[in-house]
Write a protein that binds this ligand. Structure first.
Ligand SMILES: Nc1ncnc2c1ncn2[C@@H]1O[C@H](COP(=O)(O)OP(=O)(O)OP(=O)(O)O)[C@@H](O)[C@H]1O
Ligand SMILES: [Mg+2]
Length: 295
């Protein structure tokens, strides 16, 4: 017989509350050596969150920072490919799983490194198929928490989280990562994308983490609305625009972000400027008196 909530209340022998708080404590001590944690988010799919994550990570590594990337997209992981560690065998050290180093020494952890390299999707185990959908959100949150807590990140200047599409995803991540330094929202210059991303900004602003700003990706691909205007209307900084550039897509497929393979190209320069703008926004946000953060 599966346990019901009544069996669990008052413990019921599972001690679930203690398990979660133990895990949360482990997570906190694990992330104690990580100075800045940034989530790249967008309610809209396919706008370039992952491409931007890989290139921002490479930009900060080029600027001499120690960088890690957590692929928080458990069902559509792409970070291992984009940063060139796909197929790498994971090594378990005394202190947890050691994230392999990809382009420019960026440390990467992704579901892609844990699953066998076939086409099987991630399937959540549940007594029935219907239940597996009901519980998906909770199971994903748990998996993410474990992922962060079980990885031996070491000392990092910045950890970048690549989120899956979906307006609500940022809320889950903000609740798991108590010290989230901020969110970077990504859009493309289309009304359809702006419609969804406007909601993402509202939701991101409701979390404890500051919204660092908006990035327009695939600029110039088609005549669309101004993303700078969207940022202004929403009252958040506009961090810059990344041009539509097939070279950026090709570099990602080859496992070396454009910023690493062609750092002097116009597109790479645009990303490097955005990386600096994000870093400045983090410093500005941490200097502002804000809501008390758990220590
Ligand atoms: N500036 C750009 N110029 C050209 N191609 C791009 C650019 N940005 C992203 N792409 C390409 O667009 C596709 C989608 O990008 P990406 O996977 O980064 O988006 P995403 O927002 O992470 O998607 P998902 O919502 O599925 O996670 C990829 O093939 C990528 O190489
Ligand atoms: Mg993605």
């Amino acid at each position: 017989m599966p346990k019901r909530y009544k069996d669990i209340v008052g413990d019921g022998g599972s001690n679930i509350a203690a398990q979660v708080s133990e895990q949360q404590a482990r997570l906190r001590s694990r992330l104690a050596d990580v100075r800045t944690i940034i989530a790249v988010v967008s309610g809209k799919g396919g706008v370039g969150k992952s491409s931007l994550t890989a290139n921002l990570a490479a930009s900060w590594a080029l600027q001499g920072r120690r960088v890690g990337v957590l692929d928080a997209d458990l069902n559509g992981p792409t970070m291992a490919t984009m940063l060139g560690v796909r197929g790498r065998r994971l090594v378990v050290g005394a202190d947890g799983v050691i994230p392999p180093e990809g382009a420019l020494g960026v440390r990467v952890m992704s579901m892609d490194l844990l699953l066998p390299s076939d086409d099987a999707p991630l399937v959540w185990q549940a007594p029935t198929q219907a239940e597996s959908h009901t519980w998906r959100g909770a199971m994903e949150a748990n998996a993410l928490r474990e992922f962060l807590a079980d990885t031996a990140w070491g000392a990092l200047d910045v950890l970048v989280l690549d989120l899956p599409p979906g307006t609500d995803r940022v809320v889950t991540v903000a609740s798991i990562v108590p010290a989230l330094s901020g969110t970077v929202v990504v859009t493309i210059p289309s009304d359809v994308s702006h419609l969804v991303v406007r909601k993402s900004i509202t939701v991101a602003a409701q979390t404890r983490a500051p919204v660092l700003g908006l990035v327009e990706n695939m600029a110039g691909l088609f005549p669309g609305s101004s993303s700078a205007e969207l940022a202004r209307d929403a009252g958040i900084p506009f961090l810059g625009a990344v041009p539509f550039d097939p070279a950026l897509a090709a570099a990602a497929d080859l496992g070396e972000p454009l910023v690493a393979s062609a750092p002097t190209s116009d597109t790479a320069r645009a990303v490097l400027d955005i990386a600096s703008a994000v870093a400045d926004a983090v410093s500005a946000a941490s200097a502002r008196p804000g809501p008390a953060r758990p220590t």
